[in-house]
Design a protein around this ligand. Sequence first.
Ligand SMILES: CC(C)(COP(=O)(O)OP(=O)(O)OC[C@H]1O[C@@H](n2cnc3c(N)ncnc32)[C@H](O)[C@@H]1OP(=O)(O)O)[C@@H](O)C(=O)NCCC(=O)NCCS
Length: 224
Amino acid sequence: MIIRSIEKNDESEVYHMWSRYHIDELPFVWARRLCTMKPIRYIFGFAVIYSLAINIVAGIVLAGLCYTLSYIVSLVEMTFYVNRRQDMKDIVSNWGESFLVAVTDDGKEIMGTLTWQKIDPGKLIFDGRLIENNVYELFSLVVPVEYRRSGVARKLCQLALEKAKTDNADVYLETSFGQIEAQKFYERLGFQKARFDRPYSVEWPKWLTSLLDISYVACYKRHQ
Ligand SMILES: CC(C)(COP(=O)(O)OP(=O)(O)OC[C@H]1O[C@@H](n2cnc3c(N)ncnc32)[C@H](O)[C@@H]1OP(=O)(O)O)[C@@H](O)C(=O)NCCC(=O)NCCS
């Protein structure tokens, strides 16, 4: 695997990989998100007991409905978030050298991406604390399914962490409650986690996020 800065002719493949992740996987992420929301957990819990007692088919129908609902919600996210991310259509001019791609040895396939952006001291709050240090915020970490669990994300993050360390910067990122693999990954890399209720990819109305108990996850790692 070779890691280098993105080049102009990588852009369309990166965009394709990145948008494919959102199209193919977001329904599952949303299914998981929905299953972790309090009201849905109660409804689902009740439905499971009910369907076990009454009819297993009801469970399958509910799972189908849950997936359909997830699919509809992820289409909303696609419309509002992916289309709004115009930066992903011209990555080189928007992100420059800080956009890393991991490519196969023959250079033909993108195995993963990661980028970062510097945040000035005093601009970030993590777990209720104002961070006085320089911070690198990580974005766009995606590894296609076929390359997962082979150390690609670890290698990309290690490069970003080393770069941050040379700048005496801490590292920060935000993820969502349905991205369980990502949370495990960041924990493994030594990030601390904290919940936050600020809007993430889509600005859902406040009443809806409170009602559904939606929160997001901030991850933070001090430079050593
Ligand atoms: C999260 C993600 C980037 C991890 O990429 P990856 O290349 O598979 O991760 P690595 O192989 O480098 O994993 C390093 C360590 O993280 C942990 N880890 C990674 N994926 C994990 C999973 N699915 N379950 C449990 N632990 C996991 C493991 O400890 C792993 O070490 P090990 O394989 O020696 O046990 C990848 O799953 C992904 O692209 N997910 C979808 C997009 C996403 O959620 N991006 C994050 C946005 S904030």
